[in-house]
Design a protein around this ligand. Structure first.
Ligand code: IMP
Ligand code: MG
Length: 193
């Protein structure tokens, strides 16, 4: 089988419908979120828990915009196959530290149907943190099947499949510096394979 490696420019022009959130807008909004979080967690024992892999880029920017000390840890969950949630969320890799008595801020890339956040909230609350809140870069409320709402939210977006700034489609597009809408033909073609 011959593999053709495309350039990033090709992927952007061939696979994306539009740029939904440009780099500059992301920067400004992430700074605003960091400002709110720094104010709310002043004097607290803040631990940022990023949900991998999607929240990696968001976490890196958010953490550097905070003006208060914060620890960082990671958790890995799986639920998605291509663009569809399997409806079953699994813990693929746990935290490396105890969260008992600590102030936890879960950092997520996007809240869609809400299953991931529900699963993580239930799992982490059993460990008795002092507090647990959710910070999501994106919120797709139209996709919701469970009543959950992030405490901090970067952008409310329409129910479209988006990639870039950490978000992927079949592990691709994560390193785009902006958020783009994936074209339907890409989703269709790959899901047919
Ligand atoms: P939920 O359980 O449906 O709320 O799913 C949240 C997770 O689904 C996110 O952490 C993403 O990994 C994935 N996801 C949902 N919507 C998108 C999207 O538009 N692009 C990429 N990943 C998405
Ligand atoms: Mg994710």
């Amino acid at each position: 089988m011959i593999m053709t490696i495309r350039s990033l420019e090709q992927m952007i022009t061939e696979d994306l419908e539009e740029v939904l959130i440009p780099e500059e807008k992301l920067k400004i909004r992430v700074k605003e979120l960091a400002c709110d979080i720094s104010r709310d967690y002043e004097g607290k024992d803040l631990l940022l828990v990023a949900v991998l892999k999607g929240a990696l880029v968001f976490l890196a920017d958010l953490a550097r915009d905070l003006t208060i000390p914060a620890d960082i840890d990671f958790i890995v969950v799986t639920s998605y196959a291509s663009t569809r949630s399997t409806g079953e969320v699994r813990l693929a890799q746990d935290l490396t530290v105890s969260i008992k008595g600590r102030d936890i801020l879960l950092v997520e890339d996007v809240v869609d149907n809400g299953l991931t956040i529900q699963f993580l909230t239930k799992t982490l609350l059993l460990r008795e943190p002092a507090s647990l809140r959710i910070c999501a870069l994106l919120d797709k409320p139209e996709g919701r099947s469970i009543d959950v709402r992030p405490d901090y939210c970067g952008f409310v977006i329409p129910n479209k499949f988006v990639v870039g700034y950490g978000l992927d489609y079949n592990q691709e597009y994560r390193n785009l510096p902006f958020i783009g809408v994936l074209s339907k033909h890409v989703i269709h073609n790959k899901d047919m394979q």
